[in-house]
Design a binder for this molecule. Structure first.
Ligand SMILES: [Mn+2]
Length: 228
C-alpha cells in the first residue's frame, strides 16, 4: 500500500503533536517480530523510532497485529499500551481501546480471538518458519476480504452497554476506538461520547480513507494527516 505508507511516513515526519497514540492494526498482519527483517516492516520501524526519539509514541495491539512483541517495542522505542487503557493528559482523560474485544455479537470472531490470544497457540504459531507464517497470514487476509465482499456482510460494532460499563469503571466519559470501519463521533447514555477512528487506505480499496483524531485544548478534531 505505497500511497498509504507515504501518507503515514509524511504524518510521522511533520506532525506537531506532542505525543502520538496508535490504537492497533497499524500493520495488516504481524506474524512475529522477526518480520522486522523485511524491508516494509523495517522502514516502518525506523520511522516510528525517529518519532519516538523526540516525543512519546504509544502503540496498542489490534486484531491484525496482536503479535507485536518485545523486539518491536525495543526497535521502535514505542510504549506498549494494554487494551483497554486510560489516557491521562492535562486535557482530561479518555478510555482507549482497539474495539474488537467488545464486538461481542460476532461470536465466531470472538472464538477465533480467544484461540489466537492463547499463549499455547501463539508459541506453536511463532515456532513455524517465517515464510509459513506469512503464507498463513495471507490466507487469513484473503478469507477475510472474501467474507467482507459478501453482500450480507456488515462490520460488527462495539457493544455500547459493555463499553459504558468500561467507561464507568475507568471514570471516563470519552471512549476512542477503531476497528469497526464506522468512523464518526457519537453520544450515547448520559453524557458518554465515543470517537471511532477511520482506517487508512489510499491505495484503491474503496473510497480513500485517511484521518487523524487530534485532541487539543480546542477539543477533538478529525483531520487529514497532512493537517496534523
Ligand atoms: Mn481491527
Amino acid at each position: 500500500m505505497p500511497r498509504t505508507l507515504a501518507a503515514f511516513l509524511a504524518c510521522l515526519g511533520s506532525t506537531q503533536a506532542q505525543a502520538l497514540v496508535l490504537l492497533g492494526d497499524v500493520f495488516e498482519a504481524w506474524v512475529g517480530d522477526d518480520v522486522l527483517s523485511q524491508p516494509f516492516e523495517a522502514e516502518c520501524a525506523l520511522a516510528l523510532r525517529a518519532f519516538a526519539q523526540q516525543r512519546p509514541l504509544l502503540v496498542m495491539r489490534g486484531n491484525r497485529d496482536f503479535l507485536l512483541g518485545p523486539a518491536f517495542f525495543e526497535a521502535t522505542g514505542a510504549q506498549d499500551l494494554p487494551d483497554p487503557c486510560v489516557l491521562r493528559s492535562p486535557l482530561g482523560q479518555a478510555l482507549l481501546a482497539h474495539g474488537d474485544a467488545w464486538c461481542v455479537a460476532d461470536t465466531a470472531y470472538q472464538q477465533f480471538r480467544a484461540q489466537v490470544r492463547h499463549s499455547a497457540w501463539q508459541s506453536a504459531f511463532l515456532a513455524k518458519p517465517l515464510a509459513e507464517r506469512l503464507a498463513i497470514a495471507q490466507g487469513l487476509r484473503a478469507a477475510s476480504q472474501a467474507h467482507q465482499q459478501d453482500p450480507n456482510h456488515s462490520h460488527a460494532d462495539v457493544d455500547l452497554e459493555m463499553a459504558g460499563q468500561h467507561l464507568a469503571a475507568a471514570n471516563c466519559n470519552v471512549l476512542v476506538h477503531g476497528h469497526t470501519h464506522k468512523p464518526g463521533t457519537q453520544g450515547w447514555g448520559s453524557g458518554l461520547l465515543r470517537h471511532v477512528l477511520s482506517d487508512w487506505d489510499l491505495d484503491g480499496h474503496g473510497t480513500p480513507r485517511c484521518e487523524v483524531l487530534r485532541w487539543s485544548q480546542a477539543g477533538w478534531h478529525r483531520l487529514p494527516p497532512s493537517a496534523c
